[in-house]
Design a protein around this ligand. Structure first.
Ligand code: 0O2
Length: 272
């Protein structure tokens, strides 16, 4: 295939990767905006290189006409989670979406690969809009924990260095490291509840502080400097006390004050 044709062929995959990364990042943002723990920690994506596609087709004896159906990971999205439980939540979210249709799953978590590789893969159908109309393509979602990703990244780079012949003593070390990763993930899962509570509180605190600062900034424009300084001092005092309940109450009170000024501004607006 000529290079120009490759580019044309891969263009919808580039669009799909771009859109999917944005959609999963948006999901994480939506959780945070609602003060909810996000099962998605990080999202990356890539379109498989032409060399890598050719290598896979050669290795699996895939003819050109079947490339798009049989090479399932031309568009690849990697979703990194904190805990193993988050992986199943992400999979569930994908299963319930109307813009992604699951073709198949490859569960290398319950069925670890011989190499020690662990990750949960979903091959999905996803439609992108192109100049020639809608095009349904495949994308591979690799969903894994940070610990699994750490192992896979190192092992992948060793595969490049040694090709298929990773020396037995390195293999053995990798295998031991894979066991340590399982133990680490299990350990983290056992304290997941506590970690999530702590993360939720700090998220809530962050959003409250951002809201409060926004309100104080607005009040600067509409109320007297002395009054705002008093409010600001009160905020610093409550913030320093590290008491989330007090911060919540202060946030509510400030909202009422700010609302009053907004109402005043509306009724006094000469444009009205
Ligand atoms: P890339 O783009 O460099 O990551 P396969 O026969 O395993 O090549 P298959 O059956 O089509 O491929 O799908 P599978 O097994 O789900 O693997 C697809 C991708 O999963 C691989 O892409 C890797 O990213 C990852 N993967 C699978 N097995 C391993 C493993 O043992 N170690 C690591 N580090 N990653 C693995 P590619 O094709 O390698 O390309």
């Amino acid at each position: 295939m000529e290079i120009q044709l490759w580019r044309e062929r891969l263009l919808p995959y580039e669009l799909a990767v771009h859109e999917l990364v944005e959609k999963f990042n948006h999901l994480a943002r939506e959780h945070r905006e609602r003060n909810l723990y996000s099962p998605i920690e990080q999202v990356t994506g890539r379109v498989k290189s032409v060399t890598s596609i050719l290598e896979k087709m050669q290795r699996k004896g895939i003819p050109f006409e079947e490339m798009e159906e049989q090479v399932e990971d031309i568009a690849g999205i990697r979703i990194i989670c904190q805990f193993v439980e988050d992986i199943w939540r992400v999979a569930d979210i994908v299963a319930h979406r109307s813009d992604m249709e699951i073709k198949c799953e490859k569960d290398y978590i319950r069925n670890m690969k011989e190499s020690g590789y662990r990750s949960y893969h979903l091959v999905i159908y996803y439609t992108v809009e192109t100049l020639n109309g809608p095009k349904k393509i495949q994308a591979e979602l690799q969903i894994r924990t940070m610990a699994m990703n750490f192992w896979a990244t190192i092992e992948h780079s060793l595969q490049y260095k040694y090709k298929t012949n990773i020396p037995p003593h390195v293999r053995e070390r990798l295998s031991k490291a894979a066991e340590a990763i399982i133990a680490l993930d299990n350990e983290m899962s056992s304290v997941r509840g506590e970690i999530m509570n702590a993360q939720n509180s700090s998220l809530l605190q962050r959003n409250l502080v951002m809201d409060i600062l926004g309100n104080i900034e607005n009040l600067y424009r509409k109320s007297s400097k002395r009054e705002v300084e008093k409010i600001q001092d009160e905020f610093y005092r409550i913030y320093a006390s590290n008491d989330l309940m007090k911060l919540k109450r202060f946030h509510q009170q400030l909202d009422v004050i700010a609302e009053g000024y907004r109402a005043q501004a509306v009724t006094c607006d000469p444009e009205m």
